[in-house]
Design a protein around this ligand. Structure first.
Ligand SMILES: [Mg+2]
Length: 365
């Protein structure tokens, strides 16, 4: 079997399809790439055409190394390759008639635990996620519109801002009760002493983690926050490839890592990152803002490593979530996704719906 073409579709999400001379195709999803990734894929697809689609890691590395001088160390280039990589895993599973998790070494678990990203927590949202059966949630506490802020560029926290954050977390904890896991995101917008102040002030609320209290570029600053507090620190949604996680892990600057698998390198790379984290006893809690396809792709990795903690679900307010892909029953049941057992990723896009959504006759071009 040989690859004959790679096409992309921007339809709510960004999708990538690999075609072969045997008529078999594989489909992947990548995030935070969009039109930039579509252009990159157009520019590199000749490197894939005529190749054996089952040679996934080698094809990925061949294209990455060929474009190092063009920025293939991170960012959009890696995300474009990630989309192809995930499509290739789907294709490989279909060619061999087994689910992707089996190709990744098998599964440690049958269902994948999710946390619901709630953004600003309200009583209504709390009630909704609890009634949906989630046992873990995340809230945002950075707020650019907070009148207590010095200005939108300065990252030092004021006493009023700190108090507002503590009040928000206290209220969320009270609403969900003591037995639900609670993560809190600061989106990497604060300086080191501010990060320390927040992490320490939130210790009474038994957080699952505090996410990116400081920006991600300076691992030593992240380490300083981690060392200062009993609140677990989580970071990594903007890092790429295992090379991007090396410093963070070697210095043990976080308690939990959160690679975004349909963005940072894909399934093979995600598993390698998780394996490196494992030797430092650091759990994996992937960041995830993808649709059903990218989410299920992440699930295959989450199933295949022992140190998986929880996977993000960021589509609480997306009315199309259950229509984007074809599923017999809703994908999420009681806060978990049951790992699909079909060949490949085990999930197909609902192309009729996506065509309707985008008002297009043809999805993949
Ligand atoms: Mg985040």
């Amino acid at each position: 079997m040989k690859i004959t073409d790679i096409k992309t579709a921007q339809a709510g999400g960004f999708y990538i399809r690999v075609f072969t001379d045997e008529g078999l195709t594989g489909t992947g999803e990548a995030v935070h790439g969009g039109a930039g990734c579509a252009n990159i894929i157009e520019g590199i697809k000749s490197m894939f055409i005529g190749e054996d689609p089952l040679n996934i890691d080698c094809l990925f590395e061949k294209a990455r190394r060929a474009r190092i001088f063009d920025g293939a160390l991170a960012g959009n280039f890696v995300t474009a390759l990630t989309g192809i990589e995930i499509a290739l895993w789907d294709l490989a599973g279909k060619a061999l008639n087994i689910p992707v998790y089996r190709l990744l070494g098998g599964k440690f678990r049958d269902k994948i635990r999710l946390y619901a990203d709630c953004g600003r927590m309200t009583e209504e949202k709390a009630e909704k996620v609890l009634s949906m059966g989630f046992n873990a949630v995340k809230i945002d506490i950075d707020d650019a519109s907070d009148p207590n802020k010095l200005d939108r560029w300065n990252w030092s926290i004021t006493p009023g801002e700190l108090q507002r954050m503590v009040d928000q977390v206290a209220s969320a904890r009270e609403t969900i009760g003591p037995n639900i896991d609670l993560a809190v995101d600061m989106h990497g917008r604060y300086d080191t002493h501010s990060g320390v102040k927040v992490a320490c002030a939130l210790e009474p609320y038994n957080l699952m983690w505090l996410e990116e209290p400081v920006p991600p570029e300076n691992v030593d600053a992240m380490f300083q926050v981690k060392q200062s507090t009993q609140t677990p620190i989580c970071a990594g949604e903007n890092l790429y490839l295992r090379y991007g996680f090396r410093d963070l892990l070697e210095k043990q600057a976080v308690d939990i890592i959160m690679p975004d698998l349909p963005k940072c390198g894909g399934l093979s790379e995600g598993r390698k990152i998780a394996n490196i984290a494992e030797v430092y006893y650091i759990p994996l809690a992937p960041h995830n803002v993808s649709g059903p396809l990218g989410t299920i792709a992440s699930c295959h990795v989450c199933a295949s490593v022992p140190n998986f903690l929880v996977l993000e679900w960021h589509r609480l307010s997306d009315p199309n979530w259950d229509r984007i892909a074809i599923t017999e029953k809703p994908l999420i049941q009681e806060g978990y996704i049951v790992l699909p057992d079909g060949p490949g990723l085990g999930i197909e896009l609902n192309e009729d719906f996506l065509r309707q959504l985008t008002n297009r006759g043809k999805l993949f071009e």
